[in-house]
Design a protein around this ligand. Sequence first.
Ligand code: 5GP
Length: 129
Amino acid sequence: MATIFTKIINGEIPCYKVAEDSKHIAFLDINPNAKGHTLCIPKEETNRIFDMGEQAYLELMQFSRKVAIGLEKAVSCKRVGVSVVGLEVPHVHVHLIPLNDMKEMTFQHKVKMTENEFITLAKSINSKL
Ligand code: 5GP
């Protein structure tokens, strides 16, 4: 069965898109650790990151780096943290999290955002790419 992220890629479920190329898409996490929390995913569905082929893995990291650099320009933070978990959604994704405090890396601390904030932030990050 297709993962929820494959449904996002196919446009069956909406997202706040930040970036896209032929093999990847980046969108805002719907339940963010911090404002600007972004997920970078390969369009090809693979469950675990180290099961990806080396080339696909490197391309995902290259794409994530590009998005992280834009994110750092768009959101005020000390740095952008990177995490790969996948316990909730079995489709490889790189979490990019703007950090001002260690608690933002814990996935226990969540922030609320309005629809407008999601839309504005996704556009703002995209404009810095
Ligand atoms: P993980 O699989 O790495 O443990 O976490 C999955 C992440 O995906 C979570 O941070 C969660 O908030 C996010 N997520 C789950 N479902 C959706 C969704 O439908 N849309 C978006 N944008 N994010 C989602």
